[in-house]
Design a protein. Structure first.
Lengths: 249, 384
């Protein structure tokens, strides 16, 4: 729905008998329908009013909506209306951007400097942002799928390379290769000895010297000696297993 | 492997297979037509080289027939050419479109659009494979991506599926006939399954003699092979509805099972993988975000902590992170040499800067456990 295709969401719900999932949407359907309809005909005034009413914090969106409308009015030759509307721009965007649009009022009709801002693709992008705000949900699906689109070829490559040596590339709880993502929101710790990620079952422990290893590695190192003494593999400080402290990520 | 080669199976294999099928059919029909032309020619030849002189009238009819057949051949060739040229152009168009998305020739906003269309295409292909035709059609129309996905194949499949759920095997048998050479090469047992169902229906209605004839006519080969299922079928025919054999073979979910088998065979014909690419990308994408610390709603920004995603991620592996990365428990900032990780007595980890903020006199208060740690008890962590 956040991609601006609410009617399709309705068809889907009907086809799959998933009742009740769209109730909130049905309530605002008419108003929102008019907003999107006008937007698609390059009239952003209803959209501007709706956002100002329901989501006034979206300053950048409002600025872009006003900007598009001004350029559209100029294209249609309605320069006076454009001038009146452009007064709204001043509080919302940077001075340079506002100046650029004011300049558009005075250039000739076929000046191509503003084509990029008001190209059809730019309108589509704006529509997409508008839908996100109206329906109050930013779909995470595209992000997941895009990561997947990078991951799948990498995994297939790995499988074809590993094929002669082993049947399965998934032998542990982790993916066999690293897939870069934009930002991580959780701490992760990979034990430098066993090269596995620490989990609830195998948490990280801090040795007396300050180095951190996983619990399994700790047990392994201590099992070799009596009195559970172990030597840190990175600085040869000796300490006892009991002196190790649990780290909570 | 190029990302297109890995992800675009459905976009390429279906038109490729369709072209193949058209080619095979054209070959056969042209071959048949050639034989008929040859026949007509032979007839004409015998008439012309006969001993006695013949009238124009006698030759006129065979000559006309000969001309007819040749012109039929012409039109067959033309039609086939057009059909296959269309198919090839389609393939070319798709290849070109996909190539522009990955070779860096698009502007940033065009790339944004191409990436968005890729996500939409994945969704559309998945909808088609799941059989949600109405939604798929509406979606294709809206996004204009119908040309890149083969909706017609799935519409045909939908007809077959609906008829199967209605208890009719007719359309399915037609479909089988259309794809029989491909199915044979895949050594498919689907036909046997469908026909067994027909036989069961006949037995159920008490028309056992017809059932027997049906088996003789359509399942003769399987009969000879001594297929286990066919033997049971024969037993069912012989002993009737009350027999143990019949009850063994009969199952109330029969039709749904057939639909499932049909979908599998349909996918196999077009060399589609078992799961849709959407499903594969979704799962790997979730994996790449999943960490052992993810829990429903633990972190509002983390994708894998979203409640829906978390349920989906239940059985999936974690992301592979080769270098440890600790985040400050207070600010969420990554910890490194400029902001070293410190551990309080509670075992919780904070950056140096956060520790200064949390300081209350000689003690540091842990915001998560509300315990106090003396400054001297602060433990620095060394992460390798």
């Amino acid at each position: 729905m956040s991609t601006g295709h609410p009617e399709i969401a309705e068809t889907y719900v009907q086809e799959c008998n998933l009742h009740g999932r769209l109730d909130e949407y049905t309530a605002i359907k008419d108003t929102v329908g008019k907003v999107i309809e006008s937007f698609r005909q390059h009239n952003t005034i209803p959209a501007i009013n709706y956002i100002e009413l329901n989501a006034p914090q979206e300053k950048r969106l409002i600025f872009d909506l006003v900007r598009h409308q001004v350029l559209e009015l100029i294209k249609q030759g309605k320069k006076l209306e454009a001038l009146t509307l452009s007064r709204k721009l001043s509080g919302l965007g940077s001075d340079g951007e506002v100046a650029q649009i004011m300049g558009a009022l005075f250039t000739k009709a076929d000046d191509t400097r503003f084509n990029e801002i008001s190209s059809p693709l730019a309108w589509q992008q704006l529509e997409s942002r508008l839908s996100e705000v109206i329906f109050k949900c930013k779909s995470i699906l595209p992000q997941i799928l895009e990561t997947g689109c990078q991951a799948v070829p990498a995994l297939l490559n790995l499988r074809s390379v590993m094929a002669p040596r082993q049947d399965q590339i998934f032998s542990s709880d982790e993916l066999p290769i690293e897939i870069p993502i934009e930002k991580r929101y959780h701490s992760t710790f990979t034990c430098p000895i066993l090269r596995v990620q620490t989990t609830e079952r195998n948490p990280p422990y801090r040795l007396r010297c300050g180095h951190v290893i996983s619990k399994d590695a700790l047990e392994k190192l201590a099992s070799n000696s009596r009195h559970s003494l172990l030597k840190c593999p990175y600085c040869p400080d000796e300490s006892s297993k009991d002196q190790a402290l649990r780290v909570f990520l | 492997m190029d990302s297109n080669a890995a992800l675009e199976y459905q976009t390429f294999k279906i038109p490729y297979e369709t072209l193949n099928k058209q080619f095979r059919e054209t070959q056969k029909s042209l071959g048949r037509q050639r034989a008929r032309i040859q026949d007509a020619k032979n007839l004409l030849d015998t008439k012309l080289t006969a001993e006695k002189p013949i009238t124009l009238d006698e030759v006129a009819a065979p000559l006309a027939e000969f001309k007819n057949r040749v012109s039929m051949m012409d039109s067959l060739i033309e039609k086939a050419y057009e059909e296959q040229a269309d198919g090839l152009h389609d393939l070319q168009h798709r290849a070109h479109y996909l190539h522009t998305g990955v070779d860096g020739s698009l502007t940033s906003i065009e790339q944004w659009m191409w990436d968005k269309e890729r996500v939409d295409r994945l969704v559309l292909q998945h909808l088609l494979r799941c059989g949600h035709l109405e939604t798929a059609r509406a979606f294709a129309e809206k996004t204009g991506l119908g040309r890149l996905c083969d909706i017609s194949i799935f519409e045909k499949a939908d007809l077959v599926e609906k008829s199967l759920l209605n208890g009719q095997t007719g359309p399915c048998l037609e479909w089988l006939h259309e794809h029989r050479s491909r199915l044979r090469r895949l050594t498919s047992t689907f036909e046997t399954e469908i026909r067994s169902h027909d036989v069961m229906e006949l037995v159920r209605e008490g028309r056992r003699l017809e059932a027997l004839k049906y088996v003789r006519r359509f399942l003769a080969q399987s009969l000879q092979e001594g297929n286990e299922k066919i033997r049971k079928l024969m037993a069912a025919i012989a002993c009737g509805v009350e027999s143990k054999a019949f009850r063994e073979l009969d199952s109330p979910k029969g039709w749904e099972e057939l639909v499932r088998l049909f979908r599998m065979e349909n996918a196999r014909i077009y060399q589609l993988p078992e799961q849709s690419i959407f499903s594969a990308c979704l799962q790997t994408g979730i994996c790449a975000h999943k960490t052992p610390s993810c829990a429903p709603n633990a972190n509002p920004n983390c994708i894998a902590c979203d409640t829906t995603v978390h349920t989906l991620a239940a059985d999936l592996p974690f992301a592979n992170v080769s270098n440890s990365k600790l985040l400050c428990g207070l600010t969420g900032e990554p910890l490194d040499e400029k902001n070293v990780p410190m551990m309080l007595e509670s075992g919780r980890v904070y950056g140096e800067k956060a520790v200064l903020q949390l300081r209350e006199g000689d003690y540091i208060r842990c915001p998560r456990t509300n315990t106090k740690t003396h400054v001297k008890q602060l433990a620095r962590l060394f992460i390798l």
